[in-house]
Design a protein around this ligand. Sequence first.
Ligand code: ATP
Ligand code: ATP
Ligand code: MG
Ligand code: MG
Ligand code: MG
Ligand code: MG
Length: 258
Amino acid sequence: MAGSKFAYVKNFELPDPLLPGTFIIIRLDGHAFHRFSDVHSFQKPNDERALMLMDRAARAIMEEYKDAVLAFGESDEYSFLLRRSTSLYNRRHAKILTTLTSLFTARYLYHWSDFFPNTPLQYPPTFDGRIVLYPSEKEVRDYFAWRQADTHINNLYNTAFWSLVQQGGQSTKEAHETLRGTISSQKHELLFSRFGINYGTLSERFRKGSVLIREQDNAGTRVLEKAAKKTKAASPIILCHCDIITAEFWSIRPYLLE
Ligand code: ATP
Ligand code: ATP
Ligand code: MG
Ligand code: MG
Ligand code: MG
Ligand code: MG
């Protein structure tokens, strides 16, 4: 069928395939959430409702896209790993990135009142997104280790910072000053000696972030998903706040990196 004489403009749309056989990681991050969290009075250093809402939106991505096998979230960001063999949208970069970012954002808004029943949205939040390709298992594992190590560093700092402000009576400027140049063990010590906080006993969600895993038993994912469909209750997608830096996390789930 011949198009109109205008149809040639379609030829200006260039293909944007992602390299075959590589792991695709998509990282979404809240736009200006420093402000968004302020305006919506997030509890500091960690608003658990906001983290659970992020987990909910991320779960929707995992449910919609079966090739998303693993996700990791902290603060206002979430990373998703797609199987290296995925042919999702023929591996078109923009199609994958825009649909996932859009779905995540839509779900974040859709579920807002489930987690913030008494906090009306003042304005609609948005997310940015990027895709990074990794050639081998090592980089994928190191990528997730990098994000989880970041969670730890930020949370330790933020916990010490907000203790100084909320309980220690310091201004934010003074708290930054107090913490400048301190190493990890000094922050642990400060938390314990001044505020009686044993960092290791704080919520794992705060210390380790959120991990969504598409679980598989020996019989394979398909079986689990079928069972999940039948019962409608069980889900092959598991949320935990576990250590993903250790080799064991990966060695007991080889299918994540297939
Ligand atoms: P950008 O648009 O560049 O990402 P940003 O303001 O979103 O800017 P980030 O580095 O992404 O900056 O940091 C997100 C900020 O959002 C955190 O520093 C924190 O202040 C706030 N925030 C996000 N989630 C939570 C939460 N669950 N509880 C409390 N504060 C949060
Ligand atoms: P894809 O996800 O590939 O874009 P699609 O189903 O969205 O698939 P499109 O080619 O974008 O396919 O077409 C959008 C379709 O949505 C139209 O064909 C039409 O059926 C429907 N649609 C969109 N807007 C309207 C509207 N205002 N009134 C009626 N139908 C609409
Ligand atoms: Mg940023
Ligand atoms: Mg942000
Ligand atoms: Mg962020
Ligand atoms: Mg369409």
